[in-house]
Every structure is written in C-alpha cells, then in structure tokens.
Design a protein around this ligand. Structure first.
Ligand SMILES: [Zn+2]
Length: 597
C-alpha cells in the first residue's frame, strides 16, 4: 500500500506540473432536467483541476467496467497529501456519487458545489482554510454508462437515468464489507488514502410521499466510539438539520423508515441500521461520521440537485466551524479502537425510547373499493399535515464478542486475507510449523437464505460452540493481531456470527460439508459389531427409536447415529470447525514475519 501511495504522489506531481487551462467550459444541465453523462462528468472535473491550483483529479484503481475510479480533491494550499493535511489540523470530507446511477443528484450537485467553492461564490473558499474535500465523481461507472428513460420510471426526472446495478450486476451499496467488485476495492484504497473525518454517499429514495425534498440517513450513533457518538447525536446531527432549515429553502428530515412496517408515518419512524455492507456502515467502522442523503423521487430533479448542493455546503460549513473538535475526537477514537476489547456485532431497535420530531406529510387517501378495480391509495397534495411523530433512534447491542489477541487464518483461506489487506490491515505469517492452543468455533447452526442476495445464499442465525484445543498450523499461515486502526472491520468480518462476516457471505461454506465418506457395503457390518459389543450404545439407540418415529424407520439415520458415537468419528473433528481460530493471549515464542501489503 505504501508503494501505491508513493506512486500516487508521484502522479500528483506530474499532474501539477502540466497546468492550466485558460477558460472553463462546463455546462451543467440539471436546470433542464438532465444529469451529466459519464464523459461529461469527468470532463468537468478535468477542467476544474486544470483551471484551479487548489484542485486535482487522480485515478484510484479500476472499476468492474474497466474504467478507472476517479478522485477529485480540493485543498486550499495545494497540499494533496492527506497525512500532511491532517498534520496541519485540517478535516477531510469524502463525498461518493452515482453508486446507484439512477439516483444522480449528487453527481451534478458535487460539480456545482466544487465550482462554487473554487470560484469563491458566496465566500465559500474560506472553508479551505481547514477543510479538504475529496469527491468520487461517479462510483458505479458500469451502471451509469447504460442509460434509459425507463430506469426509475416513477422518478420526477432527470429524463435519462443509469442502471442501479454495476457491470457484474451487483448492487455496489451491498458490497462494502465483502468487496467482491473492483469498485469496492478501489473505494477501500481511496478511503484508506484519505482516512476522512466525514463521509457522504448521495442517493434517491422512493416509497412514502411527504413534503421534504431531502432526507438523511446518519450512521447509528450507538455504533460510533462513545465520545464521537455523543458529539454526533447531540451536536452534529441537530445542527445539520437546523442549518438546513435556516440556510436553505430545502428543509431536511431523517430518512423515512416506518417503525411499523404496515402502519403509517404518524406511528413513527426509525433510524436506519446501516450494516457494514452499506457505504455508511463500512466507513463508520473506521471512526468516520457517515451519511447518506436520500432525495425524494417525487420531487423535481433540479430541486433535488439544489438541495444536495445546499447540504454539501452546510456539511462543509459545520465541519469548518467544528474542525478542531472533529479532528481531536477522531484522533482519540483511532487510538482507543486499537485497545478496545468488546465489539458489538448485532443491534436491535429499542422501542421504549423515542424522540419527538415535527413532520410535514401528506394525507394518505384510501378510496372505497369499486367493483372490478384494484384499490389504489395515494398521497393527496391538497391535504398537507404537520404533526409531531415519534422518531426511534436508539439501538441496543444484542451480540457482543471479546476480541482475541489475534486471529489465526490457515493459508488455505488466503482469499479472505487479501480482502483484509485491501483495508490496510497488517498481516503476519508464521515462520515455522507449530501447534498452538487456540479457541475454536464449531458451527452449530447456519440457515441459508432462500433467495440469492448479491450472488450469495447468505448464512443467517449463525450459532457457534466454543472449544479450546491445540491446532496444527503451518509455516505461512496468517496471524492478524487485533491492535489495529481497522479492528472493527477485522472483528466484524472474522467473527462468524456477525451478520456481515465472511462466513455469512459463504466464504467458508465448504466446512459445512462432511469430512469423509464411508461405504456402507462393508462399513455397515463394522458398525453393527460395535452395537453388539456396546450395551450403552444399544440402549441409547433403542431409546431414540421409541422417541422418534421417523428415526425408527430410517436405517441410514440409525447407522449415522452409531457412527457419530464410534471411535471412527474422530476423523470428523474438522466437520463444521470454523477455520479461523482465536489466539486469546500472545504466546511467548511465536515466529512471525510481516507480510507485505
Ligand atoms: Zn440508492
């Protein structure tokens, strides 16, 4: 990774050397209900980078369609080294656009915002005193290149939209944890490079109708480091809503997820539990204040774009005003995370706690059914209402694990180690063959999802049995020490019960299959001899037969019953044994070599 950053910095120097265009020719078209196409977007940022000394456009790796993932950066003194920028006490904001290319407000809004800022319209350039901006102009390039007027057909503009899924037909906003796309891997590289304080991903939402053009998903404050979460809940979030109300014509409201799925908005709404497969769930694992804007599809596209320009301005304004506190809290959280022992992996809404918020909705009309017609409800724009509604924001942890000193991953599973490396995680390898006493998990329960999800049949409701045992490891097996900035990612991905772990995403499914196969032709008599010799075993089987009718009629199940209680069953010790082991304490004489990233 260090190598990659040096190369990138060299690239920046070359880009810096060849400057500057005389004039700008950027034609934003959102006022005409059009969103810029991919080549127009990259052209606009190239022009801005060529025109302003404070702007740079660089490539940060590939995407699945083969085109590069671009990063546009704005930095006041032309310093584009994030580490150096942070040393100067500045904050970094990263904005991601076009993950769902049919939801393109942020694509156009980010160009408008960058141009306004660089041109110092409305005195915006002052933000560059202590804020550096990073913008991913278009994340899902594969989806964006396929445009149609029929994508998102009930959306109120723009006329042409891109496709939600990417070149591999994956939803990129489900790929941040498992990182199966080039896009996600290039995002991880970008995120690691900037290590931003604030992250925003721009979207559009359908569903219920109301009076707001822009809604906001904020990562759950309870998932953040304690001090960061308190600042987020008590200061950052309330102020962002207040600033939008005061300084924009587009008032903002939390994203509408009804607390009663089959009920009404008036019953209340709940904060969104953003798992790590979402952009905000992933970025917040690394101590980053993370947001998704969700514009409402029924509002006109130009208004949706303007509301995002306003939010980008207010988000930058807040960061500018509170930069030293934001920096200090993140720096402390980055230190704390390395020492943190307990990690919460699953969350449940606390329905006993809610806040009241003022909500501006439209009356939902359910007409009387008439014969032969399907009843269609609708929101009546002539009947607006304003009322306080409950907003449920508190989630409690329902699964907590204590981190081990290190995880041991046999080299047979190096594909997951590669994924850890994409995230900047330091990895060691064993210098020689060695037996180590470790904590292991046997998978007691794992239920496959019935429908495919991102090309997977995800393992859910995972239950484990813990067994301490000595395991043989080999020279070259991997050791992941849990003293890292990415500790939350490490634990979330390697603990099999975590809803987004590599185990959940099927990376370890072969271990769920039986170890060996025995032929009943000869093995059956061997087992029957065993039964003849072992009174206790026979009694246990007879008891089971009387209790379980299907067992009594299933000869194969009976043979299996004997086999599982026979000495031969020892060979099945690897059956359902999760191969990633937990090394609870640091051993005295472990021979380790750092594996280059
Ligand atoms: Zn979306």
């Amino acid at each position: 990774m260090r190598h990659a950053i040096i190369l990138l910095m060299a690239g920046l120097l070359i880009l810096t050397a060849c400057k500057k265009n005389d004039e700008l020719n950027i034609n934003l078209k959102y006022d005409q209900n059009l969103s810029l196409e991919y080549h127009e977007v990259i052209d606009a940022y190239s022009q801005l980078a060529d025109y302003y000394a404070e702007a740079r456009l660089v490539e940060m790796g590939k995407t699945d369609i083969g085109k590069p993932l671009h990063l546009f950066m704005i930095s006041g003194d032309g310093d584009f080294d994030p580490e150096s920028v942070k040393k100067k006490g500045r904050c970094i904001i990263l904005i991601n656009n076009g993950i769902h290319p049919g939801e393109p407000e942020g694509i156009d809004a980010s160009i408008q915002f960058s141009w306004d800022l660089l041109e110092n319209r409305n005195d915006l350039k002052k933000y560059l005193d202590n804020v550096m901006i990073g913008i991913i102009p278009m994340y899902n390039i594969g989806g964006a290149l396929d445009r149609s007027q029929y994508y998102r057909t009930n959306q109120n503009g723009p006329i042409y939209n891109g496709r939600r899924r990417n070149a591999r037909n994956l939803d990129l906003n489900r790929d941040f944890a498992k990182q199966e796309t080039e896009n996600a891997r290039s995002f991880a590289k970008t995120f690691l490079f900037l290590n931003p304080d604030v992250f925003l991903d721009t979207h559009t939402t359908n569903g219920s109708d109301h009076q707001y053009t822009i809604t906001l998903i904020a990562t759950l404050y309870s998932k953040l480091d304690t001090a960061m979460g308190t600042f987020f809940k008590n200061k950052m979030l309330p102020e962002l809503y207040e600033r939008m109300e005061k300084n924009s014509e587009y008032e903002m409201i939390p994203y509408i997820q009804m607390s009663n799925y089959f009920g009404d908005i008036k019953d209340g709404i709940m904060a969104y539990n953003d798992d790590p497969f979402y952009s905000t769930g992933y970025t917040s694992l690394f101590n980053c204040y993370s947001f998704m804007t969700e514009n409402l599809v029924y509002k006109y596209f130009p208004d949706r774009v303007r509301s995002v320009v306003d939010f980008l301005t207010q988000l930058t304004d807040f960061t500018y005003d509170n930069c030293s506190e934001i920096r200090q809290l993140k720096d402390e959280a980055d230190k704390i995370i390395k020492e943190q022992n307990l990690f919460h992996l699953a969350w449940e809404l606390d329905r006993s706690y809610s806040e009241n918020i003022l909500f501006k909705g439209y009356e939902y009309i359910r007409p009387e059914p008439s014969e032969g017609m399907r009843v269609r409800g609708y929101y009546d724009h002539d009947k607006p209402w304003t009322d306080t509604i409950p907003y449920y924001t508190k989630y409690d942890p329902v699964l907590t694990v204590k981190k081990p000193w290190a995880y041991v991953i046999p080299q047979a599973w190096s594909d997951v180690v590669d994924k850890l490396k994409y995230n900047g995680i330091t990895v060691y390898r064993l210098g020689n063959n060695t037996d180590i006493e470790v904590e292991t998990y046997y998978i007691e329960n794992a239920e496959r999802s019935e429908r495919p999800n991102q090309g997977h049949y995800v393992n859910r409701n995972v239950k484990v049995r813990t067994v301490n045992q000595e395991m043989p490891f080999y020279k070259g097996d991997y050791i992941i020490i849990t003293n890292q900035h990415a500790n939350r990612y490490i634990v979330e991905m390697l603990e099999p019960q975590a809803p987004n772990s590599y185990f959940a995403w099927n990376y370890f499914d072969p271990i769920l299959e039986a170890q060996d196969f025995y032929s009943f032709r000869t093995f059956e008599s061997q087992l029957m001899e065993l039964l003849d010799k072992d009174e206790e075993l026979r009694a246990a089987m007879e008891k089971r037969k009387t209790e379980d009718e299907s067992f009594a009629n299933d000869q194969m199940a009976q043979l299996r019953f004997i086999y599982e209680r026979s000495p031969m069953y020892e060979i099945e010790k690897y059956n359902r044994l999760y191969p990633v082991c937990r090394l609870i304490n640091e051993p005295d004489n472990l021979d380790l070599e750092e594996d280059p990233i």
